[in-house]
Ligand binder design. Structure first.
Ligand SMILES: Cc1cc2nc3c(=O)[nH]c(=O)nc-3n(C[C@H](O)[C@H](O)[C@H](O)COP(=O)(O)OP(=O)(O)OC[C@H]3O[C@@H](n4cnc5c(N)ncnc54)[C@H](O)[C@@H]3O)c2cc1C
Length: 308
């Protein structure tokens, strides 16, 4: 086991940036959680590949986008958290195929396509993550998911080797894929079709308005807490179990959309996770259905790291 003091000395020389003891609560939507031993922002795909190729065995790492679907636990994350920013934000198009770096925000991809009168990616405008997170989660909205628009994606494996993945390689399912969890997505190509710029932009505005009316988009939240069970809606089950507005410490089930939990100000990650588990138990008792977490819970609980 590498200790925090020593970890950075074991890491490969990179062109990108390392930050020790990096506070992840500053860069996730919930605004909770402990630090990463090291946060690494690669400068390019080559830099990322070299890092992975030279990373000593046994040092754990996880990729993160903008943390819009994660709870970082209070004890923080052991090892290296990778965040793809500049160097992974190129956008271009060739006829009706849009080519995107995985650090791009979904909204910017939708706006880029609109700017070039390309339709089909409007659904991304309401999803507040990056393309890397969208590929990992098979993100979707309004009846369209990543699987419906993907031509291909690139990913780097634990040895630093780049793979080109076709849709058939993904094993797409509802809010998940079967790509190995230590592969890092670096880019994607999406199919679109020619459209009317005004109509595309109008749809993006409509999506924004619908979101603001139905979801706590200005709150500290992690999006949908639980995946919808087959032929059912998580929010309906949660509401039926009487959990709307339920609180644990500073964490609350949103009054606006009860499949969303929010940090009302001083929640810990432990409060949020405990609230989620309470909801699961209440729904199970009331309906016999056990909800599956959609939000990823990452890192150590506070007591596992020796903090309160
Ligand atoms: C207000 C709100 C509304 C939302 N609405 C929707 C919605 O309508 N539809 C929907 O699908 N989701 C929705 N979400 C959830 C979330 O935005 C999506 O899951 C999004 O795709 C996550 O992207 P991210 O960059 O924030 O990923 P993160 O939350 O940072 O990470 C999510 C997962 O992806 C992995 N990951 C991130 N980047 C990479 C990468 N480059 N390579 C490999 N793995 C990676 C992480 O390790 C983690 O397992 C919503 C969230 C919020 C807060």
């Amino acid at each position: 086991m590498y200790k925090l003091d020593n970890l950075i000395k074991h890491l490969p020389q990179v062109e990108g940036r390392y930050t020790e003891n990096a506070l992840l609560s500053k860069i996730t939507w919930f605004r909770v959680g402990g630090p990463a031993d090291v946060l690494y922002k690669p400068s390019s795909i080559d830099d990322l590949s070299r890092f992975l190729n030279q990373l000593p065995t046994g040092i754990p790492y996880i990729p993160m986008g903008v943390g819009s679907n994660v709870i970082i636990r209070d004890g923080g994350v052991e090892g290296v958290v990778l965040r793809l920013g500049r160097g992974f934000t190129d956008m271009s198009f060739d006829k009706d195929v849009v080519k995107i770096g995985s650090g791009c925000l979904d909204l910017n991809v939708a706006l880029f396509a609109a700017q070039h009168s390309l339709t089909g990616l409007e659904f991304l405008s309401g999803i507040p993550g990056t393309i890397g997170g969208a590929l990992r989660m098979n993100a979707g909205a309004y009846g369209t998911e990543i699987k419906d628009v993907l031509k291909q994606a690139t990913a780097v494996d634990r040895q630093g080797k780049t793979h080109i993945l076709k849709p058939a390689d993904f094993g797409f399912r509802y809010r998940g894929v079967d790509v190995p969890s230590d592969w890092i997505f670096t880019g994607a190509e999406f199919y679109t079709s020619p459209g009317e710029q005004d109509a595309i932009e109008a749809r993006i505005i409509e999506i924004k308005q619908q979101r603001e009316a139905s979801q706590p988009v200005r709150s500290r939240t992690g999006g949908s807490t639980f995946a919808n069970p087959y032929n059912n809606s998580a929010w309906k089950l949660i509401d039926h179990a009487g959990c709307r507005g339920l609180t644990v410490g500073g964490a609350m089930v949103s009054e606006l959309h009860c499949n969303f939990m929010i940090n009302t100000g001083d929640a810990t990650a432990d409060n949020i996770e405990a609230l989620g588990e309470t909801v699961r138990h209440r729904v199970l008792n009331k309906t016999g259905i056990l909800l599956d977490w959609e939000i990823k819970r990452l890192g150590l609980k506070g007591h596992e790291r020796g903090c309160q």
